[in-house]
Ligand binder design. Structure first.
Ligand SMILES: [Zn+2]
Length: 271
């Protein structure tokens, strides 16, 4: 039933053509002042349904391999940091603190972490262990990934891919991706694992993540040190996290410049 419902919704979109494109403000600006409007071709509900399915698949795969939350100390550490960050998301969107957040770890040497739409977080143990992340550095990574979800960057990426498809194939929606939950899950997975975010989205996630960590009482300077660690790790071939997160040198400078802006939030949260 759900698939049918989604198909009908998308056919309605097709009937309206690209003019059905919706311009939205996903988040409030916060202290850092992010105000970019985004063009969306599919609904938040559709993307979240796809994300739930994609995340369930990732968890099941990890579980089968005995790699889901297999390091319980590390998992509870990651969860504790996430639990401090989640209430802060309300600054940017009032619905977010009540999302069905999930925080899990995958045992692997890869350096990666992601937050799928709707708050489905996975942290790879290699990232925490190989880079020897402090809690504040972990908060920087989590804040960055959570910001992608708050800003609905995946929905925006899928919408862009979808618009290109529409432009190329006219009314190819009937056979195009995104008709049902399985297709949407595949699209969320490919956005999460294959397609890099745009420079603009990365910068937004850095900026918003910095405010989230500061408000949660984590020293925002750790956002700078974590990216320096990533750069160093980069010498032995690009880690996965970097291949989907371009231009580390520039972002380190940008983050450094922004730290003073969120410092008062950190000082207030600390006291
Ligand atoms: Zn990112």
């Amino acid at each position: 039933m759900r698939g049918r419902h989604l198909t009908l919704a998308l056919l309605a979109t097709a009937a309206l053509g690209t003019s059905a494109c919706q311009t939205v403000q996903t988040t409030a600006p916060g202290a850092v002042g992010i105000e970019r409007k985004q063009r969306m071709l599919i609904s938040e509900e559709q993307v979240e349904a796809g994300a739930q399915e994609a995340y369930a698949q990732e968890k099941a795969k990890a579980q089968q391999q005995g790699k889901l939350n297999s390091n319980s100390a590390l998992t509870s550490r990651v969860r504790n940091v996430a639990q401090r960050l989640i209430p802060q998301t309300g600054v940017f969107r009032s619905d977010a603190p009540n999302w069905e957040w999930e925080v899990n770890t995958l045992t692997t040497d890869d350096l990666n972490a992601y937050c799928m739409p709707g708050g489905k977080i996975m942290v790879y143990t290699g990232l925490v262990e190989k880079l020897k992340l402090s809690d504040a550095e972990l908060a920087a990574v989590l804040g960055h990934e959570m910001a992608h979800a708050l800003r609905e960057h995946s929905r925006e990426r899928i919408s862009r891919a979808y618009a290109q498809q529409l432009a190329l194939a006219g009314v190819a929606l009937v056979t195009g991706a995104g008709q049902n939950v399985v297709d949407l899950a595949n699209m969320v997975a490919s956005v999460t694992f294959q397609l890099p975010h745009s420079r603009e989205q990365e910068s937004e996630a850095d900026i918003m993540g910095l405010e989230l960590m500061a408000r949660a009482g984590y020293d925002p300077n750790a956002a700078v040190s974590v990216w320096k660690k990533m750069l160093q790790a980069n010498s032995s071939g690009p880690p996965e996290f970097l291949s989907t997160h371009p231009s580390p040198q520039t972002r380190i400078q940008d983050l450094q410049a922004l730290v003073p802006k969120v410092m008062p939030l950190y000082e207030r949260a600390k006291s």
